[in-house]
Ligand binder design. Structure first.
Ligand SMILES: [Zn+2]
Length: 305
């Protein structure tokens, strides 16, 4: 089972099921009845839909035969519209560290995750234009398996961590490399508007299997740039959630980006030929599970000057 978040005709976003029969099709879920609606209506809309589908929910025993809608007829929305927190982890793949070392970076082998934050304002929807800030030249892609926190957790062990995860999606952790490399630092390089294209599709934890088997891939104008499974990560999803939960309380709808494998533009033999340019089409995906597409544009009003 996979969930997909969308809106129709400008109405409020809602969550449906990815159709198991037709390609790029979703099945609408019936609106909650008054009795099924939670008294506390807070929390991400998609997590409320997931709870309705779980054992004990009002849709767990209902035949789910709603209207089938081609994705092209709806507006795809990010799985979480405005996450409370977006945590990311630097240098979490052996292959990515190796390519950085080959390019002359000094990166010690990580003994614990290196966490940083992206702002909620970076979130962009599937299919949305993403703008290179004025004066920017080195826009880079990073496909990342993304954990969606499902229930509040604090200081949990790795063995318990995945029980607090609603499921997995995919994001593109966009970076303006020259901002990172010229001293302004990671925070500014990672946090321009739209620098987190986020898929509309969530695969619930129970349907995902072992996350180490999930394959990440990036395509730029059809060319594969990154392709590796989560087995290449230093720290697993469970270890990352556990580690972060020992630093801060994690809340429903928070996102944790689990690192990117080799193949980024910055550490290529000829980086200038690999950075993203106007009109490029970038697809970040978990193979067979979820994807997010971005069209690169210039303009947009922000700048690096
Ligand atoms: Zn269908």
């Amino acid at each position: 089972m996979r969930l997909i978040r969308y809106s129709r005709g400008g109405a409020a976003a809602r969550t449906g099921l990815v159709c198991a029969v037709h390609e790029s099709c979703l099945v609408e879920l019936p609106a909650p009845t008054a009795t099924a609606a939670p008294a506390d209506d807070s929390g991400p809309e998609l997590l409320r839909a997931l709870a309705r589908l779980a054992p004990g929910g009002d849709l767990a025993v209902t035949p789910r035969d709603g209207e089938h809608l081609p994705w092209a007829t709806v507006e795809l929305r990010p799985v979480v519209e405005r996450p409370g927190k977006v945590l990311a982890v630097g240098c979490n793949f052996v292959s990515h560290r190796d390519e950085a070392l080959r390019a002359g970076e000094q990166l010690p082998e990580p003994t614990r995750p290196y966490l940083f934050a992206k702002m909620p304002s970076t979130v962009a929807a599937d299919g949305q234009d993403v703008f290179v800030p004025r004066g920017g030249r080195c826009l880079d892609y990073e496909v990342e398996l993304t954990v969606v926190i499902g229930s509040t957790c604090r200081a949990v062990a790795p063995e318990e961590a995945l029980s607090h995860v609603a499921g997995y999606t995919v994001a593109n952790d966009l970076t303006l490399r020259e901002v990172l490399f010229t001293g302004q630092g990671l925070f500014e390089a990672k946090n321009f508007d739209g620098f987190l294209p986020l898929s509309s599709v969530l695969v619930p934890t129970a349907s995902a299997g072992d996350p180490r088997d999930l394959r990440l891939r990036t395509r730029v104008n059809g060319d594969v740039r990154q392709s590796e499974t989560m087995a290449g990560a230093y720290f697993s999803c469970a270890e990352l959630v556990s580690y972060a939960s020992h630093r801060m309380t994690l809340d429903p709808g928070d996102l944790i980006l689990c690192g990117t494998p080799s193949g980024v533009a910055a550490f290529a033999d000829d980086p200038a030929s690999q950075y993203l340019n106007d009109s490029d089409r970038v697809v970040a995906e978990i193979e067979g599970v979820a994807s997010v597409t971005s069209i690169v544009r210039t303009g947009g009003g922000l700048s690096v000057d």
